[in-house]
Design a protein around this ligand. Structure first.
Ligand SMILES: Nc1ncnc2c1ncn2[C@@H]1O[C@H](COP(=O)(O)OP(=O)(O)OP(=O)(O)O)[C@@H](O)[C@H]1O
Ligand SMILES: [Mg+2]
Ligand SMILES: [Zn+2]
Length: 263
């Protein structure tokens, strides 16, 4: 239990809970001396930093696993797939420590575009930050490779080896849209290095793809490692993006058709 403000003489208005002096450290004095504890505001600050570091796209910021709808898909097969993918994510969050010990991530895939793969992967990342203060980072495969390529021009201030090492050491990496395009030999070598490093160090990688692992247009050495480090989760084959687009455009048309004069 956190001590009350009265028990923490160093409290100032810099702490949102009015418990510490804003440093995140509580000094609790008693007759037996002083004891040091961490304040609740320190956990909040770490979470805020984690969310910033995660670099989750605007569209998916703050999304929760519970908000993933399973009844929006028109076919019963897709509704079943959505429900079991959602269950897999919930099970993963609840068993995160076991998954870390095993070095197992998830591999979300379906051929359909817009069916919820990125949303599931990112909601999982959000949940791991919120529940465990995990270090999570989102990127797309193309962006990651471009960033590494940019190190040649020294645009990022880091060397290629440094960026590869940074990416390899992130606790949970969400690698969106893997393996749809056949990469160049250079890109494949970089991907191999990152994936291999992550596998041997039991880092968690969450993949999304429009292809199953067998179908990926990647070297067999990479596919073999992905099979080892991520459990496949089949996703629905219906585009919710398309449904959202129709609904939003209908809404906009309704707004646009109301006016007949510029006000
Ligand atoms: N089950 C769902 N419940 C609520 N919103 C959903 C669901 N599935 C998808 N969406 C929404 O539909 C849009 C497309 O989803 P998302 O980007 O996750 O699809 P995707 O499968 O990753 O597509 P792509 O294959 O093109 O990468 C997003 O705005 C997402 O929030
Ligand atoms: Mg996607
Ligand atoms: Zn505090």
């Amino acid at each position: 239990m956190q001590p009350s403000a009265a028990e923490t003489p160093n409290a100032t208005s810099d702490c949102p809970y009015g418990l510490c002096d804003g440093s995140g450290i509580l000094i609790k004095r008693s007759r037996d001396g002083a004891a040091i504890k961490f304040c609740k505001c320190r956990t909040d600050a770490i979470r805020k930093n984690r969310l910033k570091f995660a670099d989750i796209p605007e569209e998916f910021k703050g999304l929760r696993v519970n908000d993933f709808l399973t009844d929006v898909y028109t076919s019963s097969k897709d509704r079943r797939l959505a429900a079991s993918a959602k269950r897999a994510v919930i099970g993963y969050v609840n068993n995160f420590s076991k998954m870390c010990d095993m070095g197992k991530g998830l591999y979300f895939y379906s051929a359909a575009k817009g069916s919820g793969k990125t949303r599931l992967a990112v909601s999982l990342g959000n949940a791991l930050i919120n529940k465990y203060n995990a270090e999570v980072r989102y990127t797309t495969t193309i962006r990651l490779l471009n960033e590494i390529k940019d190190t040649f021009d020294n645009k990022t201030g880091k060397t290629q080896a440094e960026l590869i090492a940074d990416t390899s050491s992130i606790q949970v990496l969400i690698l969106d849209d893997i393996g749809v395009e056949k990469p160049t030999a250079w890109a494949e070598e970089v991907l191999f290095t990152i994936i291999n490093e992550r596998m041997i160090n039991k880092k968690i990688t969450v993949f999304t793809s429009n292809l199953s692992v067998n179908e990926l247009r990647l070297d067999e050495r990479i596919k073999d490692r992905i099979r080892r480090m991520a459990v496949p989760v089949i996703c629905p084959e219906e585009s919710i993006r398309k449904i959202l687009a129709y609904n939003e455009n209908d809404e906009v048309l309704k707004i646009l058709s109301k006016e007949d004069k510029i006000c």
